[in-house]
Write a protein that binds this ligand. Structure first.
Ligand code: COA
Length: 199
């Protein structure tokens, strides 16, 4: 079991996307619970329960046991969100991301962390296609994924990721990502070490 980490120095700060150790996840859990419980975030993420720190840890562990690969997002060393690849089937997976503090949304962080996640997914997790399912009211998310190169997808493979009937499903293929983002991809560093992931 190894831990993947991506780093990118941007005008918004030094960004890192990383799979945490057990200790790092425990350290971040209280902040993540706050992010998940924030009413605006909870609605867009279709979260219906209030999370405690322990719930967050259990949620991450259960997701890992189901094959998800989850990452913390840090800016200048501070955890500001998270993202994961879940429901992987035959080289495809669903991506979900969160910039937790409302004050940090809309600054361009989400767009950058998504590009970092996509490089990790396509390069290190051998994904060929990445899907997203978005609430129609989530204008930031729709715009963000369109700008990343995602296109609307009504195929059964894409609709399988929808949680609600009116979710908008989108897809990005590996070749499209590397063709559109070659410059950005070169600016990031992705490494993998042999230290254990959280458990
Ligand atoms: C959705 C989310 C990840 C976007 O990240 P962000 O850092 O807020 O977004 P960015 O600042 O990177 O903006 C991305 C694009 O959306 C646009 N945008 C940002 N906020 C917007 C808003 N409220 N309405 C319309 N467009 C918006 C930006 O202008 C940008 O487009 P541009 O590149 O053409 O300028 C973040 O807001 C979030 O975590 N929201 C709550 C949870 C969530 O919805 N997760 C996604 C589930 S699929």
């Amino acid at each position: 079991m190894s831990r993947i980490e991506a780093r990118w120095t941007t005008p918004l700060g030094s960004l890192a996307v990383f799979e945490p150790s057990t200790q790092a996840l425990a350290h971040a859990a209280e902040g993540l619970a706050r992010f998940y419980n924030e009413p605006h975030n909870a609605a867009l993420l279709s979260n219906t329960l209030l999370f405690s720190s322990d719930d967050v840890i259990d949620f991450w562990r259960d997701a890992a046991a189901d094959g998800s690969r989850a990452f913390l997002f840090a800016r200048d060393g501070e955890v500001v969100g998270d993202g994961d690849f879940r429901n992987a089937v035959q080289g495809a997976a669903e991506l979900a991301v969160l910039i937790g503090p409302r004050a940090l949304q809309g600054l361009g962080l989400g767009a950058r962390f998504v590009l970092m996640m996509l490089r990790v997914g396509f390069e290190r997790l051998a994904l060929k296609r990445v899907f997203v399912a978005i609430r129609p009211a989530n204008a930031a998310s729709l715009r963000l994924f369109e700008r990343a190169g995602f296109v609307r997808d009504e195929t059964p493979a894409a609709r399988a990721y929808a949680e609600e009937d009116d979710d908008i499903c989108m897809m990005l293929a590996r070749a499209t990502f590397f063709a559109h983002h070659a410059e950005v991809v070169q600016a990031m560093d992705v490494t993998e070490n042999s230290l254990p992931r959280y458990s």
